[in-house]
Structure formats: structure tokens, C-alpha cells
Design a protein around this ligand. Structure first.
Ligand code: PMP
Length: 405
């Protein structure tokens, strides 16, 4: 199999857009990726041919919708190498997946227990643990980030102890692109008997994930970061943990029996899927993963590396620009500040040239504080980006520098 960038781009209708006379250069992929036509078609086809509520219907449309919905669950399971399909819970995204775990964890903690998160976490993987600690009297500790934007492993080692009940960290940092040593970090947490959650919002965006190899208890991901729709994602959790974990939302589907005074809970995965699920988007997320998985993954990785290498090389030569996040293991993200202007101005002036980047704190205010910046400008790459687009970013940045000077 080969990697035909032109053929890939052809499948993304939005990439044909023109912004103020400039061809769109979309470099905001860590915020959300664009969708290939097959994903858009999967959504339209679902609503056109078999829209129906799942699991409970006694008719053809309900059967078809249920089959497609459950097939999509299998696609997610295979993509992350989960041992069992029952361990894959549909959620609205990574944020909800983390909240399901935090909700359960909160009731399992006592005063004096410790949770470890990190200084590089997205707010979704930090504020949730803050709240769980506040409610239970547990203590939140955070792994510091080094100047290069890596998690300080020595500090982590020193933090782990018999009171550590739970450890959460990102697979890949959305603000820096750092790829964390999740397998080694999980093994250390497991050695003290802690549960481990990996925030995979950015990790799953760049290729297969192997939750069994990582050894974690929970892995959270979002469909919209992997070429799928917004409002859908998944929580994977080990059956041995999830089947005993306190339930999340209550309502239809998640129950087994109900009397006027009490209820018993359904089996996994339905135990955590109260109410009518987002069937169409789950099916389209499955299609996105199917589409992405069919690409030559070695070629995908090589292409993404080439994009980041080129961007880093040009950034290093660019006067007045400082890269924030220079970890040895990095993927997909170039975060930077410029002497000449505020990140918001850089974003605005790039947009005028058809280039979409993200500016701000990237939902990681403590990390920005760590680097002493109000925010950064962030170019983030996906498989449809080209080396020419990276070059164009730096041509545009030169104009930005002149305008701001
Ligand atoms: N964690 C990380 C590392 C992220 O990048 C994001 C999305 N920016 C989230 C969590 C939250 O994901 P979502 O908004 O899709 O729930």
C-alpha cells in the first residue's frame, strides 16, 4: 500500500474551500480534524435509510440501525485492541469519558487518598480530578513538565506511594505534541496498585492504539479528532474494573430491572449508556476509523513525521520565534510564540492569508503558566496536510512579522 496525498485530499470536500481568495490551509487538526466524504456519506445514509432507535425495536429499521451501531463498536474495539467489545462505552467524547470515570472514582475515594495528574493535562483531564478530590478529601498531585515539555519522570517516581489510588495522564499533549511514555508510566502506577486512565484524545488521532500493551484501566477518545463526527467518542475500560464501577447517568437502557423503589443495573456496555444513544454519529465514527485504518499506517506515520520535521526546521530558523515544546518524542503539533506579537494577532493575520491555526491556552492554562506565556499559536497537522502547506505557513508568518513590527 502507498500513501497518495492527492488522492487523500480529494476525499475531503472542505479542503477545496477558498478563504479571502486564498486556498484554505487547515492546520488546526488537534482541535478537530476534517471529515472525508465517506464519513459524511455514512451519516447521511444512516438518516436516509435506517434511522431508528436501537436495541428495542421489533422492525427492520431498528435491526439495521442496531447492527450498524454495534458494528461500529467492534471497529473501535479493534482500533484500540480492546480485549472485549463490551468494554467499549459510547460517550459524547473524551470529556464525557473522563467524567464517567471521575464520577465513579469520586465515590471510591477517602480522605488521604492521592490522585496523580499532570501539569500538561487538558482541562478535561485535570478539573475533573480536582472536583473528585474536593468531594472526597483526596489529594491531587501533578507531575511537573520539564523545559522541553516532557513529564518529569523522576518527580513522578517520587510521587507514587501506597496512597496513590488513581493516575491520569495524556497519551499525547494537545498543546505541545509531546508523546508520553504511557506504557512505562502505567507500569509504575500499577506497581503501587493504582488505577490508570490515559487521555487518548490526541493519541488515537495518529494511528492504532494498543490498550492491552499500555496496560491501563481506562482509555478515552473522541471521534472528531480521528476524522469522525463531533459529539461522539468512547471510553474503554477493563471489564474487571468497569463492571464494578459506580454507574454514571441513570435512565433507560442502563437498567436490568426496575421496581417503584429500586433498580438493578444492566451488563456492560449498556450499564453506562443511559438513554437513546447518538446512533448516527457512532456509525460515522466507525466509518472514520475504518477509513483511517485502511491507510498504510507506516506511511501515515512517516508523512506526519515529515510534516513536523519540516515545520520544526523552519521554525528553528525563523527569527523571533520560540517553539514551546521540544520533547524528543513529539507528534503533530508545533506550538510557538513570536517576539513581535500576541498569539491572537498571529492567528488573526494568518487567517487573513487562508491559514487556520489555533491560538490561546489550548485548554491547558497551568501548562501555559509553566512556560510563562499567555498562550501560543499552534499549527497541528493531519494526514491531508502537505509539505507545501508547511512552507506556506512560514511564508505567511514572515508577512505577519512584518505587519506586527
Ligand atoms: N484531552 C485532550 C488532550 C484534548 O486534546 C481534548 C480536546 N482538545 C480533550 C481532552 C477533550 O476532548 P473533547 O472536547 O473531544 O471531549
Amino acid at each position: 500500500m502507498s500513501f497518495d496525498i492527492a488522492a487523500i485530499r480529494e476525499q475531503f470536500p472542505i479542503l477545496k474551500r477558498v478563504i479571502d481568495g486564498n486556498p484554505l490551509i487547515y492546520l488546526d487538526n488537534a482541535a478537530t480534524t476534517q471529515k472525508p466524504q465517506c464519513v459524511i456519506d455514512a451519516l447521511v445514509d444512516y438518516y436516509t435509510t435506517c434511522n431508528s432507535n436501537v436495541h428495542r425495536g421489533a422492525h427492520r429499521l431498528a435491526d439495521e440501525a442496531t447492527r450498524r451501531f454495534e458494528d461500529a463498536r467492534d471497529i473501535v474495539k479493534d482500533f484500540i485492541n480492546a480485549p472485549k467489545r463490551e468494554e467499549v462505552i459510547w460517550t459524547t467524547g473524551t470529556t464525557e469519558a473522563i467524567n464517567i470515570v471521575a464520577n465513579g472514582l469520586g465515590s471510591l475515594l477517602s480522605a488521604g487518598d492521592e490522585i496523580i495528574a499532570t501539569e500538561m493535562d487538558h482541562h478535561a483531564n485535570l478539573v475533573t480530578w480536582q472536583q473528585a478530590c474536593k468531594a472526597s478529601g483526596a489529594v491531587l498531585r501533578t507531575i511537573p513538565v520539564t523545559d522541553a515539555g516532557e513529564l518529569d519522570q523522576a518527580a513522578y517516581d517520587a510521587m507514587l506511594n501506597e496512597r496513590t489510588k488513581f493516575v491520569a495522564f495524556p497519551h499525547v499533549s494537545n498543546a505541545l505534541g509531546t508523546v508520553n511514555p504511557v506504557k512505562a508510566m502505567t507500569a509504575k502506577a500499577k506497581a503501587v496498585g493504582a488505577w490508570v486512565l490515559v487521555d487518548g484524545a490526541q493519541g488515537a488521532a495518529h494511528g492504532y492504539v494498543d490498550v492491552q500493551d499500555i496496560g491501563c484501566d481506562f482509555y478515552a477518545l473522541s471521534g472528531h479528532k480521528i476524522y469522525g463526527p463531533m459529539g461522539i467518542g468512547a471510553l474503554w475500560g477493563k471489564e474487571s474494573v468497569l463492571s464494578t464501577w459506580p454507574v454514571w447517568r441513570t435512565g433507560g437502557e442502563m437498567i436490568s430491572t426496575v421496581t417503584l423503589q429500586d433498580a438493578t443495573w444492566n451488563v456492560l456496555p449498556y450499564r453506562f449508556e443511559a438513554g437513546t444513544p447518538n446512533v448516527g454519529d457512532a456509525i460515522a465514527m466507525g466509518e472514520a476509523i475504518r477509513w483511517f485504518s485502511a491507510l498504510d499506517q507506516e506511511a501515515v506515520a512517516a508523512h506526519e513525521k515529515a510534516l513536523l520535521d519540516r515545520a520544526t526546521e523552519l521554525a528553528e530558523q525563523f527569527e523571533g520565534l520560540t517553539i514551546i515544546g521540544t520533547a524528543k518524542e513529539k507528534i503533530g503539533v508545533l506550538s510557538f510564540v513570536m517576539d513581535q506579537g500576541h498569539p491572537a494577532d498571529i492567528g488573526f493575520l494568518l487567517d487573513r492569508q487562508g491559514i487556520a491555526v489555533r491560538t490561546g491556552d489550548h485548554c491547558a492554562q497551568p501548562l501555559m503558566a509553566r512556560f510563562g506565556v499567555p498562550g501560543t499559536a499552534r499549527a497541528s497537522f493531519a494526514i491531508y496536510n502537505t509539505l507545501e502547506e508547511v512552507d506556506a505557513l512560514f511564508v505567511a508568518l514572515k508577512k505577519v512579522r512584518t505587519m506586527l513590527a
